[in-house]
Design a binder for this molecule. Structure first.
Ligand code: FRU
Length: 461
């Protein structure tokens, strides 16, 4: 058998390739799919168009890891090779049933007249590949349009449930629930009950799970929460927390929708349970429409780092997965030039002004105004721009003073965890010179700061 790298014809020739993020060997990556831990192995699939940095015919590329840090390309890729997924194997999820790994996803098809017909499919991963592909839902329920996709399957006291993103015929977004006792026959149950009746025009990529006896819905309500004049992303990724009734799929008492992340590049988050029982999130570090600077090298996008979720006072906290400590090498002086790093800043008091990347006249700046508790992320000093029509800054009003920062930089990514993960900001950036340094301009003397260079472990990605 040919070497995977050779078969996949890796892109190796540019400095924006990341050192420890899941990235496509070529072409475009988008949503994380089928995330699961089984038999000592983490499986991550993702939406993939191998042939170029555009949203073309999607398959599910597949990478595995035993520690969520070191990833290996797997040959078992879900291909759009049937009449039920002829125009793309779209997003979905995984479930372990009787020691087998079951995949659920949307088969995107188009008629000769270009009418979209979505099917919901089930397939199984075995040692040779993806087998037993079959349609489990072959029609759109009455009252909804052809925007009906992205099944997330989970267990309930009664059996199994599947939550799907959907659009009502009145062009508002919602999530639909199906139930099954055998994973083969699925019955349409109802819409998820929430008080969000007219909230965007389509909900993509729903995920439902429970933490601390609360129900949590992650979803991407397209057309909601994006106010162009306020410098927001075109498509939001939000969550609500509520009292959940698994028999009636009733989440009517829930919080206001909140953004999961306040940076420039974050969408389609999905979660899974890790080896130690923690709920872990991965998202697509992308979303903006149009080209990214790496397009000219034939590839686009990465996934976020794995983040552990916890719930405190109905607020989701995201923390870098503890396994990422394996990437650290000995700490170095704070202004050392690096291509990737982990930075911690604790005991912050008052204003802050810091370049998380700085080289000559290019920088990524983060500043905090203590008088208004406002944090501003500013990428305007970079030469390689994209999605500029939505603004070059993101501003976030904290509901408590800034206390600490935890930052991961990997060549062309930054993930910023604020106040123990109460808020996060994620972004790609494409500097001309990859090595840069952290430049602290304003910070209280009593703050504690540590900078760790990180290892390059992406030998197989
Ligand atoms: C979200 C999405 C999903 C769809 C997939 C196709 O980014 O549009 O709704 O299944 O991407 O790649």
């Amino acid at each position: 058998m040919k070497d995977t790298k050779h078969t996949l014809n890796h892109i190796t020739n540019n400095h924006w390739r990341t050192q420890f993020h899941i990235q496509p060997p070529t072409g475009l990556l988008n949503d994380p799919n089928g995330l699961i831990y089984h038999d000592g192995v983490y499986h991550v699939f993702y939406q993939w168009h191998p042939d170029g940095p555009t949203h073309g015919l999607k398959s599910w590329n597949h990478v595995t890891s035993t520690d969520l840090v070191h990833w290996t390309q797997d040959k078992r890729i879900l291909q759009p090779d049937s009449i039920y997924d002829s125009h793309g194997a779209y997003s979905g999820s995984a479930l372990i049933v009787d020691d087998t790994l079951e995949l659920f996803y949307t088969g995107n098809t188009r008629t000769l007249d270009d009418v979209r017909i979505p099917y919901q499919l089930n397939a199984r991963l075995d040692s040779n590949g993806i087998v037993d592909k079959k349609v489990v839902i072959d029609h759109i329920p009455k009252g909804y349009t052809d925007h009906f996709r992205d099944p997330k399957v989970f267990t309930t006291p009664q059996g199994y449930a599947m939550i799907l993103g959907a659009q009502r015929q009145d062009m508002t977004g919602t999530a639909l629930l199906y139930t099954s006792t055998d994973l083969k026959t699925w019955h349409f149950a109802k819409e998820l009950t929430t008080w969000l009746q007219s909230f965007g025009y389509m909900w993509e990529c729903p995920d439902y799970f429970e933490l601390d006896q609360k129900g949590i819905l992650l979803f991407c309500p397209q057309g909601a929460m994006n106010v162009p004049q306020l410098n927001t992303n075109i498509y939001p990724n939000a969550y609500i927390v509520g009292e959940y009734d698994t028999t009636h799929f009733d989440m009517s008492h829930h919080t206001n929708p909140q953004l999961l992340d306040y940076g420039f590049d974050f969408y389609a988050a999905q979660t899974f349970i890790d080896q130690t029982g923690q709920r872990v999130l991965l998202a697509w570090m992308g979303a903006a429409e149009g080209g990214y600077p790496s397009d000219k090298y034939g590839w686009a996008h990465v996934l976020t780092l794995p983040r552990v979720l916890t719930l405190i006072d109905n607020h989701l906290y995201q923390q870098p997965h503890p396994n990422l400590i394996a990437l650290r090498t000995d700490s170095v002086p704070i202004d050392s030039p690096l291509c990737s790093y982990e930075l911690t800043v604790d005991s912050i008091q008052g204003d802050l002004d810091i370049d998380l990347y700085h080289f000559r006249d290019e920088c990524i700046n983060l500043r905090y105004d203590a008088s208004t508790q406002t944090l501003t992320l500013d990428r305007s000093a970079l030469k390689n721009t994209y999605a500029t029509e939505r603004g070059e800054t993101r501003t976030l009003r904290l509901d408590e003073p800034l206390k600490n920062l935890h930052v991961f930089r990997d060549t062309s990514t930054l993930e910023i965890f604020i106040n123990q993960g109460r808020y996060t900001l994620s972004l790609r950036f494409f500097p001309q010179h990859i090595e840069g340094h952290v430049k602290i301009k304003t910070l209280n003397d009593s703050a504690l700061k540590t900078l760790y260079p990180l290892e390059d472990v992406n030998h197989d990605l």
